[in-house]
Write a protein that binds this ligand. Structure first.
Ligand SMILES: Cc1ncc(C[n+]2csc(CCOP(=O)(O)OP(=O)(O)O)c2C)c(N)n1
Ligand SMILES: [Mg+2]
Length: 862
């Protein structure tokens, strides 16, 4: 170490503080640096690009973005769009586009860039300049349902699958997904599935967005994992939708402290180059003092009110600071730039971030919302400004010196300079150097063959005592899959601290838990067969207690086929109650991103998960799953059903490259798993098959069951036959959701083709001539079976688990919710009695005989 200089000073002060603390001196913990740029001017590298040309390109991008939103709202008032956000982030994007965002690294895929969602107009405008979008595209911004394909409001891979990769606009989704993306990149590298490259994950986020719990909830994962492939850029324009983010404080300082405390490398880009000279001349220290004492509400006013106001209210507080700007006009004072609008400062921050080792980096860039847009700059309503009047458009043009023909300017048209012009040549050359254009989404041909069903023989052949639960059957299937020589390595089990609950601890030892630094301790159970084995190339993602984080891992894995051109098959196994209702928006974004994989809802059911009670017993995840268009949800009863569904899922999602994913419920009740009956595969996949026909005579009642309730239906079938001489068929309904979707599709076709022979929905043809009323019993809410009511008019009697759960055992729970065999029997008799097919007095007596209390409170409201 040097004898003198800043490093030595820092070392000595640190040692002194340590010594003082050891001796009982209480020193405040400091997580803030002064309110100035982290990188001092003397450490800056010169800008490597052509500033003038880059500015022209940026101004044209600004113009086209503004024109796109403004024009559209003129023609279609209220269609929406944002001008102010891109206006604030333009330079932060452009420096990235010109110098940092790699579309590829040689043959390897490039960086993952999460664009701030509602800054999308700027991303479209640049793609237009690059020749990747046409003027028709821009003219159809937010008009997606016309002849010419339009542009989606925000980044939606579902809507623009060749363009966007990462859905971001639901606030908080981008930050958590970006963190886990960077972690998953390392996982793929450490497991030898992708090459190590300087690839980065860039996430451009709003300062208001950071208030979402998902935004900052996983910061320490990033530092713990030393994710130096991760760069957050927070666009600190000090405003959100309604007003200031922290009017009475300073968002940059608050975020700095939080991220530093979480172990990140933090780079503040607060002031532009114009301020360097002022700060250098600030011998009194009062300029920094003034910078520190102003709150964001004041900083916003400075930009809203202009140069004279800034001179008076900011510099004017002290004579010394006022003197610093005496050589500047009011206009010049008004234009003193913030760091997030200065390419020189941004370039240096990005460079430092890219080169930083061992930590993720946060860049806090101070900007102005609505930058340069007259009459809306830094005003509270700026977020929702969608149209500019003629005067504002002309001021905009002057302000950014937008170079375009006069008639184009007057008509507020889109403009792209001719190919071969210096701007265009420069723009293309920069992107060529960086390996192509961004954003762009590509999918390689599939490399995955689904293993044949025979490979899951132990699930297909039925169980021997001691019998398993469907969860245990699934763990066997997963183990078999992971051992598969062709695709085993692609399987990613993701568990939020519930592996033991699901009996998955045997996987720890066999496949290892992913730990980027390996296992640094000898586990206490090292001498046991199933010890807690962590390893650098471990396959299991043991996430700890974070369903949101696990879902973000699931998203990274389930979209690896488009981000890394390597198909991964994730299985996220969790408490079914803490899935759709807990992280539903992340699941929605996963679907948007065309994610693939299997969500496995363990400890499912409101009456099968005994003991846990109201918070844990899930009776509605299947309802929520039905709301996601690409989610195929199943409620299997037996091991072979799981094997059939998963096998076909792999075939469809990977081999056939269908953009869908699966949700399967898994239960923890042990019971005999029958061998697969003949010819049921199609029924399992479509959602229903006859599991056990009536034995002696033709059935006059049909019983539907799913999951463990299927066993109750079978028991009810026995009681009905033996005690009441009523023959019933039992059906396994693996998916009401899929049956309904198919029926809706068929019905729609019939509606649109009245002149042609009507088609029959699968549910109708599957039932065929099956007679009589249908009693459907489920672990889930009644609305799940009721989805089929339109195609089974008047036939359905539904028993389900509406209401809050209880801490009890299964017997009492099923009695309480009226889904046990006895309730199924009485429901059938009651219905037959009403239909005049069974003696009403006998039906009434049956309730008593079978112990079904007719006067107890309705569980739906209990
Ligand atoms: C979860 C969620 N809640 C609310 C919104 C609506 N919304 C869109 S942008 C925005 C304000 C964003 O402020 P900020 O993150 O600071 O971004 P800026 O536009 O200022 O760059 C809000 C509330 C949303 N998109 N997502
Ligand atoms: Mg903001």
């Amino acid at each position: 170490m040097e004898e003198a200089g800043p490093d030595r000073a820092s070392f000595l002060l640190e040692r002194l503080a340590q010594r003082a603390r050891n001796n009982g001196v209480e020193l405040p913990i400091q997580h803030n640096t002064p309110y100035i740029n982290t990188i001092p001017p003397e450490e800056e590298a010169p800008y490597p690009g052509d500033r003038a040309l880059e500015r022209r390109i940026k101004s044209l991008t600004r113009w086209n973005a503004m024109a796109m939103v403004s024009r559209q709202n003129k023609f279609d008032h209220g269609i929406g769009g944002h001008i102010a956000t891109y206006a604030s982030i333009a330079t932060l994007f452009e420096v990235g586009f010109n110098h940092f965002f790699h579309a590829s690294y040689g043959a390897e895929p490039g960086d993952c860039v999460y664009f701030q969602g509602h800054a999308s107009p700027g991303v479209y405008a640049r793609a237009f300049l690059e020749g990747r979008l046409t003027p028709e595209h821009l003219a159809n911004f937010r008009h997606e349902l016309r002849d010419h394909p339009g542009l989606s409001s925000y980044p939606h891979p579902w809507l623009m699958p060749d363009f966007w990769k990462f859905p971001t606009v639901s606030m908080g989704i981008a930050p958590i997904n970006a963190i886990y993306q960077a972690r998953f990149m390392r996982y793929m590298e450490n497991r030898g599935l992708i090459a190590k490259t300087p690839r980065k994950v860039w996430a451009f986020l709003g300062d208001g967005e950071m208030d979402e719990p998902e935004s900052m909830g996983s910061l320490t994962l990033a530092s713990r994992e030393k994710l130096d492939n991760l760069i957050f850029v927070i666009n600190c324009n000090l405003q959100r939708l309604d007003g200031p983010v922290r009017g009475n404080g300073k968002i940059i300082q608050e975020l700095e402290a939080a991220f530093l405390g979480a172990g990140w490398n933090v780079i503040k880009v607060i002031w532009g180059t114009d301020w360097d000279g002022l700060l250098a001349r600030d011998k009194s220290g009062l300029l920094i003092k003034r910078m520190e004492e102003c709150v964001d509400g004041e900083y916003q006013s400075f930009k809203a009110k202009g140069g004279a106001y800034i001179r008076k209210e900011f510099f004017g507080k002290y004579p010394e600071t006022l003197k610093l700007v005496e050589h500047l006009s009011d206009e010049q004072v008004g234009k003193l730039r913030r760091g997030g609008h200065d390419p020189q400062k941004i370039y240096n921050a990005y460079r430092a971030a890219v080169e930083h080792k061992g930590q993720p980096t946060l860049i806090l860039a101070k900007t102005v919302k609505g930058y340069g847009v007259a009459e809306i700059e830094a005003r509270n309503p700026t977020h929702q400004q969608k149209e500019l009047n003629d005067r504002s458009v002309q001021l905009f043009r002057q302000r950014f010196d937008v170079q375009l023909p006069e008639d184009v300017a007057n008509n507020v048209e889109f403009y792209r300079p001719p190919e071969g012009s210096p701007e265009m040549s420069y723009l293309h050359e920069r992107r060529r150097q960086l390996g192509g254009y961004i954003p762009e989404r590509k999918v390689a041909p599939s490399q995955i063959q689904a293993p044949p069903l025979e490979s899951f023989a132990d699930l297909m052949g039925g169980s021997k005592a001691p019998h398993p639960s469907t969860t245990m059957a699934f763990v066997r299937l997963l183990t078999t899959l992971m051992k598969n020589p062709q695709i085993g390595k692609r399987v990613v089990p993701i568990i939020p601290d519930e592996a033991r609950t699901f009996g998955m601890e045997s996987l720890f030892r066999q496949f290892g838990i992913y730990a980027s630094g390996g296992q640094l301790y000898k586990p206490h159970d090292a001498d046991m067969f199933l010890y807690y084995k962590e390893q650098q190339d471990g396959q299991i993602l043991e996430e700890g207690i974070t369903e949101a984080g696990s879902m973000a891992s699931f998203t990274a894995a389930g979209t690896a086929y488009s981000n890394y051109q390597v198909e991964m098959i994730p299985f996220f196994i969790y408490y079914s109650m803490f899935g759709f209702q807990r992280v539903g928006d992340l699941i929605w974004a996963f679907a948007d991103a065309r994610g693939k994989g299997f969500l496995m809802g363990g400890t499912a059911g409101r009456t099968t998960l005994a003991g846990e009670g109201l918070q844990h017993q899930d009776g509605h995840s299947l309802v929520l799953a039905s709301t996601v268009p690409t989610c195929a949800a199943y409620d299997p009863a037996y091991a072979y059903e799981i094997a059939v569904i998963v096998q076909d899922g792999i075939r469809r999602m990977y081999q056939e490259q269908e953009d869908r994913f699966y949700y399967l419920t898994l239960y923890n009740e042990n019971y005999p798993m029958p061998p697969v009956p003949e010819g049921v595969t199609e029924g399992i996949l479509k959602g229903i098959y006859r599991f056990k026909a009536a034995e002696k005579s033709k059935a006059t009642v049909q019983l539907f069951g799913s999951g463990p309730t299927l066993n109750e239906a079978v028991r009810a079938q026995g009681i009905l036959a033996e005690r009441y001489s009523i023959a019933a068929d039992v059906w396994s309904v693996t998916s009401y959701n899929e049956l309904r979707r198919e029926a809706l599709g068929t019905e729609r076709w019939n509606r649109l083709h009245p002149g042609e022979a009507a088609r029959r929905p699968y549910i109708v043809s599957a039932l065929g001539a099956a007679q009589g009323p249908i009693v459907a019993a489920t672990e889930y809410m009644k609305v799940v079976p009721d989805q089929l009511a339109p195609w089974l008019p008047g036939r359905m009697v539904t028993l389900g688990t509406d209401g809050f759960g209880r801490s009890e055992n299964r017997e009492y729970l099923r009695r309480h919710f009226e889904v046990n065999a006895e309730s199924i029997v009485t429901a059938a008799l009651s219905r037959l009695a009403r239909d005049g097919k069974f003696d009403a007095a006998k039906a009434t007596k049956a309730f008593e005989e079978l112990g079904v209390d007719t006067e107890k409170i309705d569980p739906a409201i209990a």
